[in-house]
Design a protein around this ligand. Structure first.
Ligand code: PGA
Length: 253
């Protein structure tokens, strides 16, 4: 059986002190839930908060991820952070191709591919995001868009690379809007994604974790996670308040 992954994407929120407080609060409340082994929780704070909270997470079951990384090892890329820097700071995961990166920072399917490959080379697990805009959904091209994004992101991926990758389906119209995809809407696209991975390898498709993202809350998480092809969530707004995040972790339990 595939386990559930709950990943908190803090986006550009929380300074160092606030980040430490949030992690402490999450750790205290998590103690009361006793998450089973199959539920993995990953926190993706801003870069600066990563080294501050890494010592707090050491020895706990929680893992650390980043929200983005560069696809080169090092060099003259002012303002950028490399995957090996993230790994050296304690990250095991990295979000790649979030729709906000695509929308505001020129991320393309080709750069998503380069980043995901570099992450894997370094030993980081990429959480590769795909998802359609409202216009695309209304135009009836959701499947075409998601298929194109997957083909682009996983160009030249071996079966082993695919096995080490996590996918997040995040309809852009559901991110931060309070409009969640219905469990049936999400399940339909998740099934499509799994079928597309099966074209590379049927076994990998059965094991690959596909997270749903877009206004996940404690109140809708259980029904979403109960869908056969939804293996957890990528959580934005609700990851910023310990009790809200914990309610989602509890729903995965
Ligand atoms: P949201 O964000 O939960 O605030 O909708 C999800 C995401 O962007 O990963």
């Amino acid at each position: 059986m595939r386990g559930i992954i709950i990943a908190g994407n803090w986006k550009m929120n929380k300074d160092v002190a606030e980040g430490e407080t949030l992690v402490r609060d999450i750790l205290v409340s998590l103690n009361g839930i006793a998450l089973p082994e199959q539920v993995r929780v990953i926190l993706c704070p801003p870069y600066l908060v990563i080294p501050a909270v890494a010592p707090l997470l050491r020895g706990t079951s929680l893992q650390l991820g980043a929200q983005h990384m560069h696809y080169e090892n090092d060099g003259a890329y002012t303002g950028e952070i490399s995957g090996s820097m993230l790994a050296s700071a304690g990250c095991t995961h990295v979000i790649v191709g979030h729709s906000e990166r695509r929308q505001y920072f020129g991320e393309t399917d080709a750069t998503v591919n380069r980043r995901a490959k570099k992450a894997l080379e370094i030993g980081l697990k990429p959480i590769v995001c795909v998802g359609e805009t409202l216009e695309e959904r209304e135009a009836g091209v959701t499947n075409t868009v998601v298929e194109r994004q997957l083909l682009g992101a996983f160009t030249d991926f071996s079966v082993e690379m695919m096995r080490a990758t996590i996918i997040a389906y995040e309809p852009v119209w559901a991110i931060g809007t309070g409009k969640t995809a219905t469990p049936a809407q999400a399940q339909e696209v998740h099934a499509l994604i799994r079928a597309q991975v099966a074209q590379t390898d049927a076994g990998v498709a059965q094991g690959v974790r596909i997270l749903y993202g877009g206004s996940v809350k404690g109140s809708n998480a259980r029904e979403l996670f109960a869908q056969s092809d939804i293996d957890g969530g990528l959580i934005g707004g609700a990851a910023l308040v310990a009790q809200d995040f914990l309610a989602i972790c509890a729903a995965a339990n």
